[in-house]
Design a protein around this ligand. Structure first.
Ligand SMILES: [Zn+2]
Length: 190
């Protein structure tokens, strides 16, 4: 064997070794990149879970079935149904009186209801000869307040809709049933 051949064999052997080191380094780099990606995914998932938990914490408390009572709707003395609604904090609110799941009328609300106050909301004006409600249930779309609203501001980190135009879908939506006044009071609307 000539000297040159021996050098050639040694050269080939170290080349193989170098290749082995390179592929080990590549595998190890890939593994740490995979681990970093997995950690990032875990972090993102944990953050998303925290945002959802916060969203649930900030949801309006469902008031249960509301008792409707008669009240005066306008200066002409027209009677109508009212319910009290108290929210745990201030929300932008759109309310609807629903005749069915596909048909409704908007309630006249101020747009922002401050928290911790029992708001007496008119849910239906009645005619003189009316004997039962025409609406079947109430639907409220709610959003966190926005700068410019005259209430203390708070926000939800989840990324659901903000209610600039009070247009559904709400950040939260709440269907609320109500009980009409007893029959004896419907006769006199008192
Ligand atoms: Zn939210």
């Amino acid at each position: 064997m000539a000297v040159g051949d021996v050098t050639g064999i040694i050269g080939a052997a170290s080349g193989i070794l170098a290749l082995g080191v390179a592929s080990w380094a590549a595998r190890s780099a890939r593994r740490s990149a995979d681990e970093a990606a997995a950690l990032r995914a875990q972090d993102a998932e944990r953050l998303a879970d925290e945002r959802e938990a916060r969203h649930d914490q900030l949801a309006p408390v469902h008031p249960g079935v509301l008792q409707a009572n008669f009240g005066t709707v306008n200066f002409a003395g027209q009677r109508g149904l009212f319910v009290y609604l108290t929210l745990p904090r201030s929300y932008r609110v759109r309310g609807r009186g629903c005749y069915s799941d596909t048909s409704w009328t908007d309630l006249t609300l101020p747009g922002v209801l401050d928290g911790g106050v029992a708001h007496n909301l008119c849910i239906e004006s009645w005619t003189q000869d009316q004997t039962e409600p025409r609406i079947q249930h109430l639907l409220f779309d709610l959003w966190p307040p926005l700068p410019g609203d005259a209430v203390s501001l708070w926000s939800c980190p989840c990324g659901r809709p903000s209610g600039e135009t009070l247009t559904p879908p709400g950040h939260w939506q709440m269907r609320v049933d109500f009980k009409p006044p007893p029959r004896s009071r419907i006769r006199t609307m008192t």
